[in-house]
Ligand binder design. Structure first.
Ligand SMILES: [Zn+2]
Length: 254
């Protein structure tokens, strides 16, 4: 999408009213809102992170949201996956999430896809996506998405939580390290871990703010740094990140 395309999109009176309190933000304005309206964001996973991520992207007026998850709602999800409610147990997560998101904001396009992200479908899924929100619960799929994003030059906002810990960084191909540079492959096991919903919501909120800044061009991004939060003592740690020159995914890009 070019800047010219973006400026062709206007805002209705309803949109000016609906998003008025964020349009007032210095430097953001109507132009920032138009950029959100033109954006296509893919949310990989609508669980603990993906639920609040999807809600706040929808309320902010992102024009097009693709939500992907192949799972169904389980009672044990409800302590943190706030798009899914008691009556949704047994439903496909994307159906449950899509229904709520449409009620939250009927003026945006929502594309629910109940499927597993694989090496075969990831390139097609990324299509004309502007940004990927990494809200997955397993490392194998995270690495798969990371590699495809690097190949296509699509930014990805990584979030991760477990126990009372959270982490977030914004990955921009060609500019920052990629996920493969940062996390060891031996994290690839899927396991059940302890988690409070509020910890997921905290990281998810930061992911959405990064998305809004990246898409609108306003503010400074959390690039080349990882924010770690330990909620057991409310400690915030900012770690500088470095690309691995020998990284098999992005090594040749920088
Ligand atoms: Zn890399």
């Amino acid at each position: 999408m070019t800047d010219n395309d973006r400026t062709c999109v206007g805002l209705s009176e309803d949109e000016l009213l609906r998003y008025g309190r964020q349009i007032m933000t210095p430097g953001f304005g109507e132009e920032g809102q138009k950029r959100l309206k033109q954006a296509h964001v893919l949310i990989a996973g609508v669980g603990g992170l993906g639920s609040p991520v999807a809600i706040y992207l929808a309320t902010a007026g992102i024009g097009r949201l693709t939500i992907i998850d192949f799972d169904s709602v389980d009672l044990s999800n409800l302590n943190r996956q706030i798009l899914h409610w008691e009556d949704d147990v047994g439903r496909r997560k994307v159906d449950s999430a899509g229904q709520k998101l449409t009620k939250i904001n009927s003026r945006i396009d929502i594309h629910p896809l109940s499927l597993k992200i694989t090496g075969e479908n990831i390139q097609d899924l990324l299509g004309d996506v502007d940004l990927v929100m990494d809200c997955m619960d397993n490392m194998d799929t995270r690495f798969l998405i990371n590699e495809a994003c690097v190949k296509k030059g699509i930014p990805m906002i990584h979030g991760g939580v477990r126990e009372m810990l959270g982490e977030i960084t914004t990955l921009v191909p060609g500019k920052t390290p990629c996920l493969e540079c940062l996390l060891p492959r031996d994290l690839s096991k899927k396991e059940t871990f302890p988690i409070f919903g509020a910890t997921a919501a905290m990281i998810a909120s930061l992911q959405v703010l990064e998305a809004i800044k990246l898409l609108s061009g306003v503010g400074a991004l959390l690039t080349d740094r990882m924010l770690f939060i330990d909620n057991s003592n409310l400690e915030f740690m900012m770690i500088d990140l470095q690309k691995k020159p020998e990284c098999r995914v992005c090594g040749g890009l920088l």
